[in-house]
Write a protein that binds this ligand. Structure first.
Ligand SMILES: Cc1ncc(COP(=O)(O)O)c(C=O)c1O
Ligand SMILES: N[C@@H](CCOP(=O)(O)O)C(=O)O
Length: 412
């Protein structure tokens, strides 16, 4: 698919988000001067809206704006270009006239993590790394393991041992070495960082993070293209570390800079977190610039249980830049958000998506979102990955004798 595309003519470099220092695009992720995170910048990109139209229906259609220099290193399992659905039934229920769902739960490993993991594993092959891995709350584990399997690389996952069983089964099935850590996500992250350093493993969301986040910005590119290059008014994004929200902003800004999209400064961002792990929401409410970590996250939204969000302070900056808002939702609201989306739009999400729907609902009820706004709500993971907590809010099953008369009485 990719080999039929036009050859790459542009180049990339890394730029420190804090001090602006320029670095070579190699195996590094923090600034050698100030330890700030490094962002990928693209030189000499020449694209227009028509460039992408005839291309493969994956996020690799935006190849010129992704950091893989040689196409032969692309590890492609068919991720991206997921549906952007008009959500009229959910909109009616909430009181919104222009609501869209970006349904990223239908990616190959059933979460948006196929975007950053695919780019990072591709970059790992380009850099000649011999193994990859990740720190995970579950979804990234499968996304990294699946791409590693496709690339023929070993994959080491570091994750809390108490995450949802389907997520563990999925990652193990792709052949990952799954290290179940007796601790939080932050413990897993610390261990992954040290082992990655010791053994030269490409830990996609740590030492390959600069490239990794580039995958997530395609969530902006696709929405822009699917909206016929119109800027949405409001974006609702579930937040764990905050990398995705930050990447979505970067994506829209790049399209603006390339002249593909109108002025994005009118766009408003919403950071949605679960009440049991809402350090960004807390900081936002206190008008602080830094995030106070949550030591022991307690939430049904386990994929968002990141107590010390690496990109938290950049999310706070984005909220200021885009007149944004941060809001949380409790476990019951999250589970109700899942069933509300499922019964109105036929989309089954895991709790991270429930958080986004619940926060959207709350904001409309509080009069914080206007009825006419064009709203995009990002649904980032699939419901089949986390069914257990839902049983609490779903009707209890009564197994019935196989008797037509008795059963007929309950079919109203
Ligand atoms: C399904 C899902 N949605 C949203 C997020 C939040 O992404 P981020 O950590 O980039 O904020 C995660 C992971 O953290 C996730 O697994
Ligand atoms: N939620 C993630 C874990 C953290 O990923 P990051 O991009 O926030 O570093 C997962 O799905 O495992």
């Amino acid at each position: 698919m990719i080999s039929r595309m036009i050859p790459r003519l542009n180049s990339i470099h890394l730029e420190c988000r804090e001090c602006g220092k320029i670095h070579e695009p190699d195996f590094r992720y923090v600034c050698e001067d100030c330890f700030g995170p490094l962002d990928v910048r693209y030189d000499g990109v020449s694209v227009n809206r028509d460039t992408f139209s005839g291309r493969a229906h994956t996020y690799w259609r935006y190849y010129e704006m992704l950091p893989i220099l040689d196409k032969s290193h692309i590890v492609d399992i068919g991720s991206g270009m997921t549906p952007l659905m008009r959500a009229d039934r959910l909109g009616d229920e909430l009181g919104l006239k222009n609501l869209y769902i970006k349904n990223d739960s239908v990616n190959p490993t059933f979460s948006f993590k196929d975007r950053p993991a695919g780019v990072a594993v591709s970059k790992a092959t380009e850099l000649g790394l011999k193994a990859v891995g990740c720190a995970s709350t579950g979804n990234l584990a499968s996304a990294t393991a699946a791409h590693a399997a496709k690339a023929g690389l070993p994959c080491h996952v570091f994750a809390p041992g108490d995450i949802e069983v389907p997520k563990i089964a999925q990652a193990l099935s792709y052949g990952a070495n799954f290290v179940a850590v007796d601790g939080t996500y932050d413990d897993s992250n610390r261990i992954a960082a040290q082992i990655g350093e010791q053994k030269g493993i490409g830990i996609v969301n740590i030492n390959l993070r600069s490239y990794y986040v580039e995958g997530s910005k395609t969530l902006a590119y696709e929405v822009a293209e699917q909206l016929n290059w119109e800027v949405p008014d409001r974006l609702v994004v579930p937040v764990g570390s905050g990398a995705m929200l930050n990447a979505i902003c970067k994506g829209f800004e790049e399209l603006d800079e390339l002249g593909l999209l109108g002025d994005v400064s009118s766009m408003r961002m919403v950071a949605a977190q679960p009440l049991g792990c809402a350090p960004v929401v807390d900081a936002y409410r206190k008008n602080q610039d830094i995030v106070q970590p949550v030591e022991r996250p307690e939430t049904v939204a386990k994929s968002l249980a990141i107590g010390d969000p690496g990109d938290g302070r950049y999310v706070l900056k984005r909220l200021k830049q885009y007149k944004g808002h941060a809001e949380d939702s409790n476990d019951r609201e999250i589970l109700n958000g899942i069933t509300l989306l499922a019964r109105t739009e036929g989309i089954f999400t895991e709790p991270a998506g429930g958080v986004a729907v619940a926060v959207l609902k709350k904001m409309v009820e509080d009069g914080k979102i206007d009825r006419d706004e064009k709203v995009v709500c990002y649904i980032t993971g699939n419901g089949l990955k986390a069914t257990e907590p839902l049983m609490e809010v779903l009707p209890k099953l009564d197994v019935m004798k196989a008797d037509v008369e008795a059963i007929s009485a309950v079919v109203k």
